[in-house]
Design a protein around this ligand. Structure first.
Ligand SMILES: C[S@@+](CC[C@H](N)C(=O)[O-])C[C@H]1O[C@@H](n2cnc3c(N)ncnc32)[C@H](O)[C@@H]1O
Length: 290
């Protein structure tokens, strides 16, 4: 009942044109509900049953995440909305205001900063001729500055054929794309004796349970060249929009602290260096063989 009254008030604010205030209050409310496991499922279900949910679906970014046209949350089209901060022209004025707010969340900034850091790293590695492997590459947006250049040293893997079609459209048909699950790709690359100097993955490990994480580290270890680097980024628990992402976006991630990432690295035989980004939403782990 308490939750329903809160959502009634938030919807009334939206209908009274106080969209931004309603969103700030809703993010805070869902954050505190998420922090109380005994309360969370009730608060989330009350949101799902409330007309506020339909109002939020006016934002094509929220609607895409909820409707999952590719069968999973967080497809590369959705991530492009965060990078480009652009919605279809037919978006309602209210939907656009919802979107503007969520693009200013620390998590959205974190996703853009993640891409920026990868852009520097991949650019530098490409210039020095390193063999680069991007796992779960999506649209390979960190490679935008490399459009038109020789990408023969870069291997891109993603399970989503539509995302790889976008990569081919941007970088040309000769780009080295593999439509595969990362695990089956790594298995066959190891069997072929392939080695890479830089292996990285962004936006993948947030979906992998601990068993799959351990397996990923072992399999990457088998194809990393001597002196090579493995880098990954994973969302951290407790960020400000943690309840919003789960209830409003229906986007369920596996959150990890930097120290947990270091644990997977050590168990996989790597020496890790971990840090978190300036937003405090994403942890990074850079690994090398001792
Ligand atoms: C959140 S997007 C991140 C895309 C890109 N790395 C970026 O940072 O912009 C997640 C991507 O991981 C891909 N993906 C998820 N699980 C995968 C798996 N097991 N094997 C291959 N690709 C996977 C999805 O198809 C999607 O393109």
């Amino acid at each position: 009942m308490h939750d329903k009254r809160f959502y009634d008030s938030a919807l009334a604010l939206i209908e009274g044109d106080a969209v931004e205030m309603a969103m700030h209050m809703l993010v805070g409310q869902l954050h505190s509900a998420k922090a109380e496991p005994a309360r969370w499922q009730t608060a989330r279900q009350a949101y799902l049953d409330h007309p506020l949910r339909d109002a939020m679906l006016e934002d094509p970014y929220i609607a895409r995440c909820v409707n999952k046209p590719r069968g999973y949350a967080g497809d590369a089209e959705l991530i492009d909305m965060i990078y480009d901060q652009r919605l279809p022209a037919e978006t309602s004025a209210r939907g656009q205001r919802f979107f503007n707010q969520s693009m200013a969340f620390p998590t959205s900034n974190a996703v853009r900063q993640r891409r920026d850091l990868a852009e520097q790293l991949v650019g530098g590695a490409a210039r020095s001729g390193q063999r680069i492997l991007s796992l779960a590459c999506g649209h390979f947006r960190e490679g935008d500055p490399l459009i038109g250049q020789d990408l023969s040293h870069i291997t891109l893997v993603d399970q989503d054929a539509l995302s790889l079609a976008v990569v081919r459209q941007r970088h040309g048909a000769a780009v080295n794309c593999h439509e595969a699950n990362v695990f089956s790709f790594l298995r066959s690359a190891a069997a072929r004796g392939e080695r890479f100097d830089l292996i990285y993955t962004l936006g993948l490990t947030d979906y992998l349970d601990d068993r799959a994480m351990a397996l990923l580290h072992r399999m990457v270890g088998a194809v990393l060249a001597p002196g090579g680097t493995f880098l990954l980024a994973n969302f951290m628990p407790g960020h400000l929009s943690i309840g919003w992402i789960e209830a409003v976006m229906d986007w369920h991630l596996i959150y990890r602290e930097p120290e947990e990432l270091a644990g997977f690295a050590r168990a996989g035989g790597f020496e890790p260096k971990t840090w978190h980004d300036p937003t405090g939403a994403i942890a990074w782990c850079r690994m090398q063989r001792p």
